[in-house]
Design a protein around this ligand. Structure first.
Ligand code: CDP
Length: 809
C-alpha cells in the first residue's frame, strides 16, 4: 500500500480490459442480497434483540371498549406489585402536557386517554416494570371505570344527524367530519357528462386491511440524565421525521435526540406513524432514568396500529359510444377511525387518490373526498402504497371494467382506446399531474400475448356453455412514486427530498449512508450497485448504513416506494460528486489538465493515450496520501436530491381464474405481470418486490378480513382471523418486463416496491367478476370470500362488504 507522497503509479503501458459492470455487482446485476447473510443466520439486530444495561419493560393497558367516558382509573393495585417501577395514566401525561400529541396529518391523537376512549385497543395506561410479565400482570390489576357511549363503526353512522360526536375534545367540531377536499375540473366534468352517450356507475368499498409486518412495533428509550441525551431505538421507517416529531412533542433539543432504526422485520407503512407507545416509553425513561423497552404484541399491532384503506367509492364514467372516456366523477368517503394519524403530504387530504386515471387520456375528472371519524383505530396508513394510490388504482380499474361491460366492449380493447399513447408524453392527467414516459399499449400487449388472450376468451366461451365459470381480469395503471418534489410535497411542513453521503476510504473501500431506511427491500445490496455503476468500485467494497439520525444525512425515510426515485438518485449524485473530485486528482497524478481526462468505469485515462490511466482506487489513495496542492483532502460527498417530478412506473396485469359455482371458491389459473419500472438496478430484487406485492394483493382480494362488529369490537385481532397467505395458497406468477427509462431520474429508474400491491387487487377481483358476468353480478366487495361469491352466484346480486349497522337498539 502506497502511503507516501510519491506520485501514484499509472496502470502500465497497455490499456487494461474494461471492467465488466455485471461481474463487479453494478447496475443490472442480480446481485445476491448482502443483508440476507445475517438474516438467514439469525443474526439480524431487531428491536427486541437489543438489551441495554438496567433496562425496564413497558406494557400498555388498552381499552376493551370502543367508545366510553372514563369515570376513573385506579392503579393502586398495580403499584403494589413487586417489580413495578412506574404506572403512567393520561392524567400523569397531561400534567406534563403529553396526554395528546400532534399527528403527521395536522390532527391530534391521545397518547394515553384522559377524557374518554374512542376505539377498542386505545392506550389507557402503561406499566413499567423489571420484566415484561410483571408489567403485563400489573396492567391487569388496573381498574378502569368506563361509562359506555354509543359506538360508530362506519361513515354512514358517523354522518347521521344524531351521531355522537367522537372528537368532542376538538374545538369547532360540530360533527364527525374529519375533512372534505375536492380536486379536478367540476364544470368541465359536468359538461362531459352532459355530452355522454352512456354513463357507467359503480359503488365499491376497499376494506380496512393491515400491513402486518412480521415484527410488530417497539421502542427502547434511553435518556441519559448526565449528558441530557435521549437515544431511542425504534421500529420506524422514517427516523428523521420521528426525531423532528419528538423534538416538537417532548420539547427536547433536536441535537440531543438520536433515533436509531435497527433491522426492521417489515414495515409496509405500518412503521411510519408515531405511535403512543413510542412517546410513553420516552417519558418513562426520562422519569425512571433507565432504558425502557416497549414491544407491541400481535394483537396490539393488529387492533391499534397502522390500518390501511377503508374507503367507499361512488364512481361514474361518461362514455362515448365508440369507447372514448369523456369524463370521470369520483366521490370517496374514507373512514379514518378516531384520529387522523396517517402521514399525508399536507396539501392532499386524501393522499394521492387523484392520481387515478393517470394512465388514461381523459379530458375531465372531478374528485369529491370526505373523511370521517369513527370509533376505530386510526386508519389510512399507506400500506405499501403512495398515500391512497392503492385505493385510487383499484377504484379506477373496477370502474374501467364496469364501463367496458356497459359498453359491451372487450376489456383490453376499451383500455387500448383510452390509454395514453407513447408519443403523447409529457401528458397532463385529468387531475393535473404530469406523467413523462411509458409504453402502455406495449405492456398490455406483452401481457395479452403471454396469457394467450384470444385463446383464453375462446376457451372461456366454450367453458360457459358447459357451466364452467372461467374469468379474466385486467389491471393497467401508472402510479406516482417518489415524493417530492419539494415544491408540492411536504409532511408537517418538512419538504420531501432525500439524501446520501458517500465516503471513500483511502484503500478504495467505501461507506454509504442515506436518509432512507430499508425494511426488507434490500437497500444494502442495491445502493452499493449504484455506487459501482458510477465509480466502478466493486459492490462488495461498499457498505451501506441507514437508520441512525446521528450518522445518516437528513432524509424523509422509506415509504411510498420513494427510495429509488429519491434516495437512490441522491446516491448517484453523491457518487458523481466523488467522481468529479477524483477527476481532479487523476489529472494531477497523470500530469495533464482535467479537460484531457476521460472516464471509463473505474478508471480515468488520458484522452490521447488511453493506456495512461489511474484507477478510482488509486485516486482514493492519493486523496489522503498524495493530493495536489490546494485541493481539500479526502474523498467524500453528500448529495440532497429534490426530484423534479414523481416517477411513473406502469403495470399491466392479467389474471385468469376458475370459480366453482357449487361453493364460490375461486382458483387462480395464471397470473401474468408486466412491469415497467424504468431501468432496473437489481432485476432479482425487483422480481422479489413484485412477487411479494402480488401476494399481498392476492391476500387482500381473497382472504384478509378485518372488520368491526356493531359494538366496535375488532374482528381480526390475530392471525387465526386475519389471514396471511402461506406458500400453500399463493399462486404462481409469470413476470415480464418493459423498460422505459425515467427521463429525469439520474439512472432512468422508477420505483417498484408497491406497484404489485397497487395494481394487483383489481386484476384478481376483475377476473372473478368476469367469470360471474352471466349472473348479472357487477360488484363483490373485497375480500372475495367463497360465501360472498356463492351468494352472488345463487342470488344473482352484488355483495357489499359494508360493516354492520346496529339494528338491536
Ligand atoms: O422505497 P422502497 O425501497 O420501498 O421501494 P423502491 O424504491 O421501489 O425499491 C425497492 C427495491 O427495489 C430497492 O432495493 C431498489 O433498489 C430496487 N429497485 C431496483 O432494483 N430497480 C428499480 N428500478 C426500482 C427499485
Amino acid at each position: 500500500m502506497t502511503t507516501t507522497a510519491e506520485p501514484a503509479s499509472t496502470t502500465g503501458p497497455t490499456r487494461p480490459d474494461p471492467l465488466d459492470e455485471i461481474k463487479i455487482g453494478g447496475m443490472g446485476a442480480s446481485r445476491r442480497r448482502v443483508e440476507d447473510n445475517r438474516f438467514i443466520r439469525g443474526k439480524g439486530n431487531y428491536i427486541d434483540d437489543i438489551v441495554l444495561p438496567g433496562m425496564l419493560h413497558m406494557e400498555i393497558l388498552r381499552s376493551p371498549v370502543a367508545h366510553a367516558r372514563i369515570r376513573s382509573i385506579d392503579a393502586s393495585k398495580a403499584w403494589d406489585i413487586p417489580g413495578v417501577r412506574l404506572v403512567l395514566t393520561g392524567e400523569m401525561m397531561a400534567s406534563r402536557n403529553l396526554a395528546w400529541m400532534p399527528t403527521l396529518s395536522y390532527d391530534t391523537q391521545a397518547v394515553l386517554a384522559t377524557d374518554k376512549v374512542r376505539f377498542q385497543g386505545q392506550e389507557v395506561a402503561a406499566v413499567i416494570a423489571d420484566d415484561p410479565y410483571i408489567a403485563k400482570d400489573a396492567c391487569e390489576a388496573i381498574v378502569v371505570d368506563y361509562e359506555p357511549l354509543p359506538v360508530v363503526v362506519n361513515p354512514e353512522q358517523a354522518m347521521a344527524p344524531d351521531a355522537p360526536i367522537i372528537r368532542d375534545d376538538k374545538l369547532n367540531q360540530p360533527d364527525n367530519t374529519c375533512f372534505t377536499w375536492e380536486v379536478g375540473d367540476k364544470a368541465g366534468t359536468d359538461r362531459a357528462f352532459e355530452q355522454a352517450d352512456l354513463v357507467s356507475k359503480i359503488s365499491c368499498h376497499y376494506p380496512r386491511t393491515h400491513p402486518s409486518p412480521l415484527e410488530c412495533c417497539g421502542s427502547i428509550a434511553d435518556f441519559d440524565r448526565a449528558t441530557q441525551k435521549l437515544t431511542v431505538y425504534m421500529t420506524t421507517q422514517a427516523p428523521h421525521i420521528v426525531r423532528a416529531a419528538v423534538a416538537l412533542i417532548a420539547e427536547l433539543p433536536e441535537h440531543m435526540i438520536r433515533i436509531v432504526s435497527p433491522d426492521l422485520g417489515g414495515g409496509f407503512g405500518n412503521k411510519v406513524p408515531v405511535y403512543p407507545g413510542y412517546v410513553i416509553s420516552i417519558l418513562a425513561s426520562i422519569l425512571t432514568e433507565r432504558p425502557v423497552k416497549w414491544i407491541e404484541d400481535r394483537t396490539g399491532n393488529l387492533i391499534s396500529t397502522g390500518f390501511g384503506r377503508d374507503v367507499y367509492l361512488d364512481g361514474e364514467i361518461a362514455l362515448r359510444k365508440d369507447g372514448r372516456i369523456l369524463g370521470v366523477r369520483m366521490t370517496t368517503t374514507s373512514d379514518h377511525g378516531a384520529f387522523f394519524a396517517d402521514a399525508q403530504p399536507s396539501k392532499f387530504k386524501i393522499g394521492l387518490m387523484h392520481s387515478a386515471f393517470a394512465a388514461y387520456d381523459i379530458p375531465y375528472a372531478h374528485l369529491d373526498a370526505h373523511g370521517v371519524y369513527t370509533n376505530k383505530a386510526p386508519g389510512g396508513v399507506a400500506y405499501r402504497c403512495s398515500f391512497r394510490v392503492t385505493e385510487a388504482m383499484f377504484f379506477q380499474e373496477r370502474m374501467i371494467q364496469a364501463a367496458a361491460d356497459d359498453l359491451g366492449m372487450d376489456q383490453a380493447e376499451f383500455r387500448r382506446i383510452n390509454l395514453v399513447k407513447d408519443d403523447d408524453f409529457p401528458h397532463r392527467t385529468p387531475y393535473g399531474f404530469l406523467t413523462d414516459s411509458g409504453q402502455y399499449e406495449k405492456c398490455l400487449q406483452v401481457a395479452m400475448d403471454a396469457i394467450g388472450y384470444d385463446e383464453f376468451r375462446r376457451e372461456q366461451a366454450e367453458a360457459r356453455k358447459r357451466g364452467r365459470l372461467l374469468g379474466l381480469g385486467i389491471s393497467t395503471m401508472t402510479e406516482p412514486l417518489g415524493a417530492g418534489n419539494s415544491r408540492e410535497y411536504d409532511i408537517l411542513g418538512i419538504k420531501m427530498f432525500d439524501s446520501a453521503e458517500l465516503r471513500v476510504h483511502l484503500s478504495g473501500k467505501a461507506i454509504l449512508r442515506t436518509g432512507a431506511k430499508t425494511q426488507g427491500q434490500g437497500h444494502e445490496t442495491t445502493w452499493a450497485q449504484i455506487v459501482t455503476h458510477e465509480l466502478g468500485l466493486p459492490a462488495d467494497d461498499v457498505v451501506v448504513e441507514e437508520g441512525d439520525t446521528d450518522t445518516a444525512p437528513f432524509g424523509m425515510g422509506t415509504y411510498a416506494s420513494r427510495s429509488t426515485p429519491v434516495a437512490g438518485a441522491a446516491v448517484a449524485m453523491a457518487a458523481r460528486k466523488v467522481r468529479a473530485k477524483a477527476r481532479k486528482i487523476a489529472a494531477y497524478l497523470l500530469e495533464v489538465s482535467e479537460e484531457d481526462i476521460e472516464w471509463e468505469l473505474g478508471r480515468f485515462h488520458v484522452r490521447s493515450a488511453p493506456e495512461r490511466g489511474v484507477t478510482i482506487q488509486e485516486c482514493a489513495m492519493a486523496a489522503y496520501a498524495n493530493m495536489p496542492d490546494g485541493l481539500e483532502p479526502g474523498l467524500e460527498a453528500t448529495a440532497y436530491y429534490d426530484p423534479p417530478n414523481l416517477t411513473w412506473p406502469f403495470a399491466a396485469y392479467i389474471c385468469t381464474v376458475e370459480v366453482d359455482p357449487q361453493t364460490g371458491v375461486w382458483d387462480v389459473l395464471r397470473f401474468v405481470a408486466v412491469d415497467d419500472c424504468g431501468v432496473r438496478i437489481n432485476p432479482m430484487v425487483v422480481e422479489g418486490q413484485i412477487m411479494g406485492g402480488l401476494t399481498e394483493a392476492y391476500a387482500m382480494s381473497s382472504m384478509q378480513f378485518i372488520t368491526f362488529d356493531a359494538d366496535g369490537n375488532c374482528i381480526g385481532s390475530n392471525f387465526m382471523d386475519f389471514l396471511l397467505p402461506t406458500a400453500w395458497e399463493t399462486p404462481g406468477y409469470e413476470l415480464h418486463e418493459v423498460v422505459t427509462p425515467c427521463p429525469h431520474h439520474p439512472l432512468g429508474a422508477k420505483g417498484i416496491g408497491e406497484c404489485a400491491t397497487v395494481a394487483g387487487p383489481a386484476a384478481f377481483v376483475n377476473a372473478v367478476l368476469d367469470a360471474l358476468k352471466p349472473f348479472g353480478v357487477r360488484n363483490i366487495d373485497m375480500p372475495l370470500l367463497p360465501d360472498r361469491v356463492y351468494e352472488a352466484i345463487t342470488q344473482r346480486h352484488d355483495v357489499s362488504g359494508h360493516p354492520p349497522i346496529r339494528t338491536d337498539n
